[in-house]
Design a protein. Structure first.
Length: 119
């Protein structure tokens, strides 16, 4: 699991040891990564997100699978013109590409929603 999460085994094992990790919930960013890995193995992401205290939280951001993350990472490497082509292709194939997407040059940096952020 540590390898799939991109962290050293010693760091990951800290979260599995109740004597070492004393917080009531996992960090949200870690729970999202674990949920994405386990979603590829038919584990319900919402069950994993409960470990971060997000059970039933309507504001919890969706969890994406590792495969979806790979596609997103590849999309982010494209320049704005190629991103626009991908969105047009999604629409042509019958998908629901967003119509009001701001296409940025370079990497797109996102952060998890924080308390006080507007939905």
């Amino acid at each position: 699991m540590a390898e799939k999460l991109g962290m050293p085994p010693s760091s990951y094992s800290r979260y599995e040891d109740a004597n070492d990790f004393k917080r009531p919930y996992l960090p949200v960013d870690l729970a999202r990564k674990v949920a994405a890995v386990l979603a590829d193995h038919a584990v319900d992401p919402s069950a994993v997100m409960e470990l971060a205290g997000l059970a039933g939280d309507a504001d919890a951001l969706p969890v994406i699978t590792a495969g979806e993350q790979e596609l997103l990472d590849q999309f982010r490497t494209l320049d704005a013109a190629r991103r626009q082509l991908v969105l047009q292709l999604i629409t042509a194939l019958g998908g629901n590409a967003p119509h009001s997407v701001t296409l940025h040059e370079g990497p797109m940096n996102f952060r998890p929603r924080q308390d006080g952020d507007r939905a």
